[in-house]
Design a protein around this ligand. Structure first.
Ligand code: SF4
Length: 203
């Protein structure tokens, strides 16, 4: 394990987050399917990492109730899924960044994902690759701005970053970057587990 990863894990633990490290996605997914009980309902936040690991499918196939707006096809049903996810037993998501001093940093457009990370479901599980580690808060914001255009393109948004790959702190009606949260330490009424994988996952 690289020293930067080791330092980040230690700092996260000092901030009272539970951290589990895995060399491969396969090992992480196996652990997740033990960590999340079959009888628990699972809300999922928008996440390419969760999608690429097919955790929604694996959970549904073995009988979990899953609430994920990415599985819905109408705006109304997507809103319902966001609401149900916020009331689930477990909230499963990734993160935009982790800092080497142990903070969890995220930027959202709607805000359902960041809110459910610190309030609502009793437990949040964050699954992420080591590519999400940033040196500090400035580095976290830099990584978020640098990668935002990928989401803009995926969502076919009409934003400047979708065209030129750079953030111009736009005022577009379709702006995605409306709420930024820093979870500095474990929230009072929430357990947060970080499943850190020694791979590049999501963006
Ligand atoms: S603020 Fe606007 S330009 Fe910058 S990343 Fe967000 S949507 Fe793109």
């Amino acid at each position: 394990m690289e020293q930067i990863v080791r330092n980040t894990i230690e700092a996260l633990k000092k901030n009272h987050f539970d951290v589990k490290y895995f060399e491969t996605s396969k090992e992480a997914v196996d652990e997740l399917l033990i960590e999340i009980k079959q009888e628990e309902s699972v809300g999922i936040g928008g996440s390419m990492t969760i999608k690429n690991l097919e955790l929604d499918r694996l959970l549904l196939e073995r009988g979990n109730t899953v609430h994920w707006h990415w599985l819905e096809t109408t705006p109304e049903r997507m809103d319902q899924a966001r609401g149900a996810a916020a009331a689930a037993d477990v909230y499963l998501t990734s993160t935009n960044a982790l800092t080497q001093d142990g903070k969890i940093v995220n930027t959202d457009g709607v805000g359902n994902r960041v809110a459910a990370m610190f309030y609502g479901p009793k437990k949040t599980i964050i699954v992420c690759g080591i590519n999400k580690i940033a040196e500090n808060l400035d580095g976290a914001m830099e990584r978020i701005e640098k990668n935002a255009y990928k989401n803009a393109r995926r969502l076919k948004l009409n934003t400047p970053c979708a065209v030129n790959e750079n953030c111009s702190d736009c005022s577009s009606p379709q702006r995605m970057c409306n709420i930024t949260t820093i979870i500095r330490k474990k929230p009072m009424k929430k357990d947060i587990t970080i499943i850190l994988i020694n791979e590049e996952l999501g963006y």
